[in-house]
Design a binder for this molecule. Structure first.
Ligand SMILES: [Zn+2]
Length: 247
């Protein structure tokens, strides 16, 4: 293309089409800001591993589901466990040492930690054998929530045998905290034990959770095994979420 033609085109008065195009651009939602990252060092290969900085307020926007999965625009799971993007070693990300400052590594997407998927959690549960109860329930919760991702669009995907076995084992591990009881009620609905879910939801909850518990009770009464979106936005704006410890 000829240069003069380009510069003339740049100077011509804006047409209606141009104004419409810029209006579209102006009303387009801006891309979410990139979250701040912490750069850790892989204890296996020494390569950098970036994890989101969870003290950064931008990270809190997201959706909370009735299996208590918090789905953020910026990360697919809180990085308790993750994989090194260079060597694939799996480990507890928060416990990795920071990258030495002398390395002068600049943030780069290719250093982002790799999130585990439901197959990774299933494999960990198979390999783990005797594991400490809090970690055991963490693995089972993550396996359950990640398997449920296939159902968040409203699709009724039947439970696999592995999912069913995991949910039954998880019921044995959940305690009496409000978050545990909400997860229990969700599992009971998914297993079509609607009476069990009603009984779980009939136990007293904090007053602030009452509207939410009411919605879940309705689903149990209707025999609905589906997942429900409980909240979308910044959870700091929802006081009732604060009474859900463990989310
Ligand atoms: Zn590595």
């Amino acid at each position: 293309m000829n240069k003069n033609h380009d510069s003339r085109a740049g100077q011509r008065p804006a047409t209606r089409a141009d104004r419409d195009a810029s209006a579209v651009i102006a009303t387009d939602k801006p891309a979410p800001p990139m979250p701040a990252v912490l750069t850790k060092q892989c204890s296996n290969c020494g390569a950098p591993i970036q994890i989101p900085d969870f003290t950064s307020p931008d990270l809190l926007e997201g959706r909370l589901w009735s299996d208590l999965r918090f789905d953020s625009a910026h990360f697919s799971e809180p990085p308790l466990l993750g994989k090194c993007p260079s060597c694939g070693a799996l480990g507890p990300l928060a416990e990795l040492p920071p990258m030495p400052e002398s390395s002068s590594i600049q943030p780069d997407d290719r250093y982002n930690y790799q999130a585990l998927d439901s197959d990774d959690y299933a494999a960990l549960l198979e390999e783990a054998g005797d594991i400490a109860p809090p970690f055991h329930s963490y693995l089972r919760i993550r396996f359950w929530q990640l398997s449920n991702d296939r159902r968040r669009g409203g699709d009724s995907v039947p439970l696999s045998e592995a999912e069913r076995a995991n949910m039954l084992a998880l019921l044995e591990l959940l305690g009496s905290r409000p978050a545990d009881r909400l997860m229990r009620a969700q599992i009971q609905r998914q297993l079509e034990d609607f009476e069990g879910a009603q009984a779980t939801l009939d136990t007293p909850f904090d007053e602030q959770l009452a509207p939410l518990v009411k919605r879940l009770q309705r689903l149990a009464a209707e025999g609905d095994p589906g997942l429900m979106e409980l909240f979308a936005g910044d959870p700091r704006q929802a006081a009732w979420l604060l009474s859900l410890d463990g989310v």
